[in-house]
Design a protein around this ligand. Structure first.
Ligand code: TXA
Ligand code: MG
Length: 349
């Protein structure tokens, strides 16, 4: 299949192109669309054949359910039996449109293929003008997992989407890099207190300011623990190059990376660091990319997947990296890096 590329400004919608993309969706096809978090691979949420095609295109196991994307509150009734749930209304009022996904009881119109047989469905209203326009033109809610091959880093540009899915999907709408850069926060509101299953674009602090107490699912997994949600796998977001992940004080990590390079001169090492690593990286003479200032979570999140893919393309033996500092969206970055390293962390004292 020849994957068509539509272009759109992120804010001023090209309605002719979006209408063509919506025609593809209504015909059961798949279109990768930009959202404020990452690019999603969209299909008609009410069309089982399209839903199944999404799993095939991504190579994703059918046990890992999809998020349903809506354009307005009127579409909520198509997705859930609980559109009047006070907690849903409260969180929607505060964070929609935006990067918050809520687990709610599913409506019978949503097939088991979407939810992997679960009685809950994940729903969110994206805050990207192109995604909103595509949902509106399509006239139906859209399922959209991140538009990457299963277990690869999520796509934040149309080029990332094409690198994984060119020839496997009908079209991609290129609206430039996605603003946030990591996925939505997922919260289960069918339990009390609500339970955060995935850190993401809306921070735990922001959610607690609105709803008070929340529970946070156990995110540090071992190969033997059961994931809190089907998609919360230990190996996820992974580059092909092994990622060696450090945690600790910045200077101690710089020292540990220097020692590692000195002890393994035969290993081709590249470094995904922060602005203040520049001098050490230059001394080591290794390829280096910065995610920004290590305390600037927004920039670090925005650059994360693009930088990971760029370093991966260098075909080195090892990518060294370290956890960022700070709270807020940094928690989401820490989670992505932890899984990209398949749960292995080198703690430096
Ligand atoms: O920001 C985002 O959320 C992006 C954009 C495209 O909207 N989408 C995204 O989708 O990240 P995906 O499929 O890559 O991740 C969705 C996660 C998966 O880990 C899946 O297991 C979980 O949501 N999920 C979906 N429905 C669920 C359900 N009913 N119960 C538990 N987990 C669910
Ligand atoms: Mg994903």
């Amino acid at each position: 299949m020849n994957t068509r590329v539509f272009s759109s400004d992120a804010h001023t919608i090209n309605h002719t192109d979006i209408a063509q993309a919506a025609t593809i969706i209504r015909g059961g096809g798949l279109v990768a669309m930009p959202t404020e978090t990452v690019y999603g691979l969209a299909g008609n949420a009410l069309d089982v054949t399209a839903v199944q095609a999404i799993f095939r295109a991504k190579g994703r196991p059918s046990t890992d359910p999809l998020i349903v994307h809506i354009a307005d509150m009127a579409q909520l009734a198509l997705v859930t039996t609980a559109s009047d749930l006070p907690m849903l209304r409260l969180l929607a009022e505060a964070f929609w449109p935006g990067p918050l996904t809520m687990l709610v009881p599913k409506q019978h119109t949503i097939s088991d293929a979407v939810t992997a047989g679960k009685s809950t469905v994940a729903v969110r209203m994206p805050a990207h003008a192109v995604a909103q326009a595509l949902i509106q033109h399509s006239g139906c809610p859209l399922v959209a997992p991140s538009a990457n091959t299963f277990s690869r880093p999520s796509p934040t540009t149309a080029a990332h989407v094409l690198s994984d899915l060119d020839g496997r999907i009908d079209a991609v709408i290129d609206a430039g890099p996605t603003p946030i850069g990591i996925e939505s926060t997922i919260i289960d509101i069918t339990v009390t207190p609500p339970r955060i299953l995935r850190h993401g674009g809306i921070t735990v602090e922001q959610i607690m300011a609105v709803v008070g107490d929340v529970e946070i699912a156990h995110h540090e997994l071992t190969p033997h623990t059961v994931a809190p949600a089907p998609g919360m796998l230990l190996k996820h977001y992974s580059p092909r190059t092994p990622l060696r992940l450090y945690r600790g004080a910045p200077t101690a990590i710089q020292q540990a990376i220097s020692t590692y390079c000195a002890q393994h001169p035969e290993v081709h090492v590249v470094w995904m660091g922060y602005d203040d690593d520049v001098d050490v990286a230059r001394q080591l003479g290794i390829e280096w990319r910065s995610l920004g200032a290590r305390t600037d979570g927004d920039t670090v999140a925005h650059r994360l997947f693009d930088t990971l893919r760029a370093l991966d393309a260098m075909q080195a033996d090892v990518i060294v990296a370290s956890q960022p500092d700070g709270t807020g969206i940094a928690a989401g970055v820490c989670d992505r890096l932890y899984r990209a390293a398949e749960g292995r962390i080198h703690d430096v004292p």
